[in-house]
Design a protein around this ligand. Structure first.
Ligand SMILES: [Zn+2]
Ligand SMILES: [Zn+2]
Length: 132
């Protein structure tokens, strides 16, 4: 029974990892992981969000919680940008992240905590939609 549970979680993680650049609702995730009850999905997502393996955000209308895979070992080495309108979070290339961090450090004597830094803004598709 325990193994059965782990398998479901792995399935869930696998799906999230293959959509790492997309915030998804629990319903969308449930569709991508057939055979797992929505309540199980919710429970696992809550757990993963607590442990920091999944990044939680709100949809543009504020009604839906969206989940996105967060790769801690990889993601601690670069910055992230997040759209305040649709909640999409993107990974900034490591090279560019380091560049920005170095410049800030040089000019302001300030070192960025990349792991905990999310730069907020508006993504192109939201910008094009005329939302701010
Ligand atoms: Zn990242
Ligand atoms: Zn957006």
């Amino acid at each position: 029974m325990k193994q059965y549970k782990t398998e479901k979680r792995n399935q869930l993680m696998g799906f999230l990892m293959s959509h790492r650049d997309e915030p998804l609702s629990a319903e969308q995730i449930a569709e991508g992981v057939p055979g797992v009850a929505l309540s199980t999905i919710y429970r696992n997502l809550a757990h993963l969000a607590d442990s920091g393996d999944v990044h939680k955000s709100l949809s543009a209308d504020g009604h839906t919680v969206l989940y996105q895979y967060y790769d801690k070992p990889r993601c601690s080495s670069h910055l992230h940008i997040k759209c305040v309108s649709c909640g999409e979070m993107k990974h900034v290339e490591t090279e560019l992240s380091q560049d920005l961090a170095e410049k800030l450090e040089e000019k302001n004597d300030f070192s960025i905590d990349a792991e905990n830094t999310v730069i907020l803004g508006v993504c192109k598709s939201c910008h094009d939609k005329g939302e701010k």
